[in-house]
Design a protein around this ligand. Structure first.
Ligand code: RET
Length: 286
């Protein structure tokens, strides 16, 4: 047997990671099932929203449909091995010095990080907030603020996941991310409910707000408990399934509630047929 075969190799190739995901039932199912769910939900939402022809209503529907669209790409990135790495955790991290047995055979130093999730949340979650802000009838300024801080959460969360130089720095990134998160929570809990009351959408907004705040805290706590944080949950597959379950409710169920509301309440969220027009011109009547 060769020397390499007996000792741990240092890195896994993208092809090995692809086959590792495919051959690990728990990890693989947490990813592949969600590609299917995201694709099916996209078709279902297109069908549900087909009758909405109000421009503002359509904007909300398209916005939540984008969450599923990004999700297809996100999970495909994970499944293909493109946005996964084996990372060696720094000293002090509970997973420091750990090795990973690849489902394809062979052992590598480090633990599997599905960092593509955090990257793609930077593209999907702004659409959730855009939809919420529009339903609340909020101002461009508040919607913009919520979205830029949200992107900040995800990019600094990505940085926390990818930092291998120092255990403390991983948590420092996490703390920055949580600070950005508090800004978004503030807007969700204190700014938008008032706007929604004025817009006459308080009922649906409060349901969506509760769902969002509870689940988004869930993601935050799960990161801390999972294999990239305190590793209370050491299994990569269980950690990944946790996020996948949160995703199912926070994306697909959330989007379903939004579209159902828009379809049934177009007159409440409408701003007229010329909403979003880029000029003041009126159609000729001749
Ligand atoms: C991280 C870790 C760093 C600290 C915080 C986090 C929060 C993540 C959230 C994710 C929400 C994701 C959703 C995805 C749906 O597409 C990055 C886990 C605060 C709130 C809703």
């Amino acid at each position: 047997m060769s020397q390499i075969g007996m000792s741990a190799t240092l890195q896994a190739s993208q092809a090995e990671l692809f086959r590792h995901v495919l051959n690990d039932p728990l990890l693989g199912s947490s990813i592949w099932i969600n590609i299917g769910l995201a694709g099916l939900s996209l078709l279902f939402f297109a069908y549900l929203g087909r009758s909405v022809d109000d421009p503002r209503g359509r904007l909300i529907v398209v916005s939540v449909m984008m969450v599923s669209a990004v999700s297809v790409a996100s999970y495909t990135g994970l499944a293909s091995g493109l946005t996964i790495s084996i990372l060696e955790m720094p000293d002090g991290h509970p997973m420091a010095g750990t090795t990973t047995n690849l489902a394809t055979g062979g052992t590598v130093d480090g633990t599997v990080s599905l960092w593509g999730r955090y990257l793609t949340w930077a593209f999907s979650t702004p659409f959730i907030l855009l939809a919420l802000g529009l339903i609340a009838g909020s101002s461009m300024t508040k919607i913009f603020t919520a979205i830029v801080f949200d992107i900040g959460i995800m990019i600094t969360g990505l940085a926390a996941a990818l930092t291998t130089s120092s255990y403390l720095m991983r948590w420092f990134w996490y703390a920055i991310s949580c600070t950005f998160f508090l800004v978004v929570v503030y807007i969700l809990l204190f700014e938008w409910p008032e706007d929604a009351r004025a817009a006459g959408t308080a009922d649906i907004f409060n349901t969506l707000k509760l769902l969002t705040v509870v689940l988004w805290f869930g993601y935050t706590i799960w990161w801390a408990l999972g294999n990239e944080g305190l590793a209370v949950v050491q299994s990569v597959g269980v950690t990944s399934w946790g996020y996948s379950l949160f995703d199912i409710v926070a994306k697909y169920f959330f989007s379903f509630l939004v579209i159902r509301y828009v379809v049934n309440n177009v007159e409440t969220i409408s701003s007229g047929a010329s909403y979003g027009a880029t000029t003041e011109s009126t159609p000729a009547d001749d």
